[in-house]
Design a protein around this ligand. Structure first.
Ligand SMILES: *Cc1c(COP(=O)(O)O)cnc(C)c1O
Length: 386
């Protein structure tokens, strides 16, 4: 996990892209609240001309995120969805993508209900089998879209196996690395061409900002994505960039705590008599546990479980939790709990949810970094009420 200079992840997280300000020594990159930049003569400036195109705070964050993923280029967007949309624009009219079936609900909605109307085609398929998707490839297929771990079923897709097959066919491999974060998974080392993030989640880490990013070492893709970014204008403001930069500095220690707490909670849930099934990639019972071990440096802080008693039991449980806040989203320091069928995945048709296995008793938790005993006590109270 070290870069060309031999710096480890934790060091890069704190220093990459943000040397002390040369003009005054400020250790933290300032928030450059400016929309425009003085030019000394027409067209002569210091690299910045207008803040939709770039801004020094955003530039620092883009360098930082690129260093964390081990990519040459980083481009930040106003949200994870805006980053995803840029890649849909990049694929171009007439193009086709093979997409992981258990993909983020908003990604599914955007592809099927926005970009399908703009002459893009998508085939959603289970990518846990690294060969089954090959028969879906068409002459106009441009890329394969992987999300791993998936949401909310936490399926693990073998990135290296898929990337090897995609390379042979000239397809680009895009990985949504939001759930794992760059601390736990490095898609570029496994053969990915593009990584996309919702920085709203673990990168920001404090549930106080919405942002997205596209990372790549492919110069042609980076140029196109940057062009789309400035032309369509879905860019983040400098304050948001500052907040995400503050977030990445503690990403490593936060992920270690998320992971340690999640392990205790997952093992506890797996033994609980009111829980039918517990899904966490770190459990040996997880169907792709071996792949997770191989391609991830840890199993992350997301757990899904099925409570006995279906929708009614799930509703009682969800309204009884106190420390686990009933809310969408994930990846912040505070523990969150939610019901995918009603909340995050309501945009999927009921039949699709059923086919995927998102049933009414399924609950997803984002394990925060509170004291784990308080989390267990909260869940015990809620399960007793279920
Ligand atoms: C949240 C999320 C997104 C979308 O990001 P926003 O910042 O909410 O637009 C995309 N992919 C995954 C896996 C997510 O969790």
């Amino acid at each position: 996990m070290s870069d060309e200079q031999g710096q480890r992840f934790e060091t890069r997280a704190i220093h990459a892209g943000q040397p002390p300000d040369p003009s005054n020594g400020a250790v933290c990159t300032p928030v450059y609240f400016t929309s425009t930049y003085a030019q000394s003569a027409p067209g002569v400036h210091q690299g910045y001309d207008y803040s939709r195109v770039n801004n020094p705070t955003r530039f620092a964050l883009e360098q930082n995120l690129a260093a964390l993923e081990g990519a040459k280029h980083g481009v930040c967007f106003a949200s994870g969805c805006a980053a995803t949309a840029a890649l849909a624009h990049w694929a171009g009219p007439g193009s086709h993508m093979v997409v992981c079936d258990d993909v983020y609900g908003g990604t599914w909605r955007m592809f099927e209900q926005v970009f399908a109307l703009a002459d893009r085609r998508y085939t959603f398929t289970d990518l846990t089998d690294p060969d089954a998707w090959l028969e879906k490839v068409r002459p106009e297929t441009r890329a394969i879209w992987i999300e791993t771990p998936t949401n909310p079923l936490l399926k693990i897709v073998d990135i290296a196996a898929i990337a090897a097959r995609a390379k042979d066919r000239g397809l680009k491999v895009i990985v949504d690395n939001t759930f794992a974060s760059p601390y736990l998974q490095s898609p570029f080392e496994l053969g990915a061409d593009v990584v996309v993030h919702s920085c709203t989640k673990y990168l920001g880490g404090h549930s106080d900002v919405v942002m997205g990013a596209v990372l790549t070492s492919d110069d042609a893709i980076a140029e196109k994505i940057r062009f789309i970014n400035k032309s369509t204008g879905g860019v983040p403001g400098p304050m948001d960039c500052f907040l995400v930069m503050r977030g990445t500095k503690t990403l490593a220690i936060r992920m270690r705590e998320h992971e340690a707490n999640a392990r205790v909670v997952a093992e506890w849930l797996a033994r609980h008599p009111k829980v039918e099934k517990t899904i966490w990639p770190g459990l040996e019972s997880h169907p792709q546990h071996a792949i997770a071990r191989q391609q991830m440096r840890g199993f992350g802080g997301m757990i899904s479980f099925v409570v006995k008693g279906g929708l009614e039991a799930a509703s009682r449980l969800l309204s009884t939790c106190r420390i686990f806040t009933l809310a969408e989203s994930l990846g912040g320091v505070e523990s969150l709990i939610e019901h995918p069928a009603i909340m995050t995945h309501a945009s999927l048709p009921a039949a699709t949810r059923q086919a995927l296995g998102i049933d009414d008793g399924l609950i997803r938790i984002s394990v925060g970094i509170e004291h784990v005993d308080d989390l267990l006590a909260d869940l015990e109270r809620a399960l007793a009420a279920a």
